[in-house]
Design a protein around this ligand. Structure first.
Ligand code: 5GP
Length: 212
C-alpha cells in the first residue's frame, strides 16, 4: 500500500483557514484531518474529539514525555500538539493527512518529515485580516490584538512554505488548495502501483524481468 502524504496548512488567525480546510476535506476523498491536542479551553459549540482533544496540562506533559507528539508548540499562550500516532494511522492506510497547525509546528513537521507539503493561506491584505478577525468577535479585544501581532510575525514565515494561496475569494482559494492536494497525488512516486499494474498486463515485471 502506498503511504499517503502529509499536508500542513498554516495561516494567520482570521485568514479563513478553518473554513478552507473544512471545505477541501469535504470535497477530496481520502483526505483526513489530524485532530490536535490542546490545553486551551473549549469554546462554545466546540466538541471534544471533533474540533480538538481538550486536555489538561498534566495530560499534555505526559504526552510530551512519552514522545507522543510529532510536533507541539505554544500558540497564544496555550499548548497545541499533533499526535504522531494519529498522523501515522492516516498515512499508513494510504490516506492523506491534513495538519491545521501554526508556523512553528509547520517548521517542526518539515524537519521530521521532509516530504510534507506545506501550504500557507494568506489574507488579501492587512485591513481584511483585521476586519475578519474583528467580525468573528470570538475573542476579547486584547486577544484579537495579540493574534494580529502574532500574524505580523507569522506572515514572513509563510514564505518558506511550498505553496501560498491568497484567500480573496473563498471558492477560488478552496479550489487552489484542492488542486495542490490532487496534483500531489499524481507524482510518479505515488503512481508506481499504476505502472506495475500496466506492466503486469504485458507479462513482464517493471524492469523487463519476466513475471513467470
Ligand atoms: P485556535 O485556538 O484558534 O483553534 O488555534 C490557534 C492556532 O493554533 C491556529 O493557528 C492553529 O492552526 C494552531 N494549532 C492548532 N492545532 C495545532 C497543533 O497541533 N500544533 C500547532 N503547532 N499549532 C496548532
Amino acid at each position: 500500500m502506498t503511504r499517503g502524504d502529509v499536508f500542513v496548512i498554516s495561516a494567520p488567525s482570521g485568514s479563513g483557514k478553518t473554513t478552507i480546510c473544512r471545505e477541501v476535506l469535504s470535497r477530496v476523498p481520502g483526505l483526513t484531518l489530524s485532530r490536535s491536542y490542546t490545553t486551551r479551553p473549549k469554546m462554545p459549540g466546540e466538541v471534544d474529539g471533533v474540533d480538538y482533544y481538550f486536555v489538561d496540562e498534566v495530560k499534555f506533559d505526559n504526552m510530551v514525555k512519552s514522545k507522543d507528539f510529532l510536533e507541539f508548540a505554544f500558540v497564544y499562550g496555550k499548548r497545541y500538539g499533533t499526535s504522531r500516532a494519529s498522523v501515522e494511522a492516516i498515512v499508513s492506510r494510504g490516506e492523506d493527512a491534513v495538519l491545521e497547525i501554526d508556523v512553528q509546528g509547520g517548521g517542526s513537521v518539515k524537519q521530521a518529515m521532509p516530504d510534507a507539503v506545506r501550504i500557507g493561506i494568506l489574507p488579501p491584505d492587512w485591513e481584511t485580516l483585521r476586519n475578519r478577525l474583528y467580525a468573528r468577535a470570538r475573542d476579547s479585544h486584547e486577544e484579537m490584538e495579540r493574534r494580529l501581532a502574532a500574524a505580523r510575525a507569522e506572515i514572513p514565515e509563510l514564505a518558506k512554505y511550498d505553496y501560498l494561496v491568497v484567500n480573496d475569494d473563498l471558492e477560488t482559494a478552496v479550489r487552489k488548495v484542492e488542486w495542490i492536494v490532487r496534483a500531489r497525488r499524481l507524482r510518479s512516486q505515488r503512481m508506481i502501483a499504476c505502472i506495475e499494474r500496466i506492466l503486469q498486463g504485458t507479462g513482464e515485471g517493471p524492469n523487463g524481468s519476466s513475471n513467470g
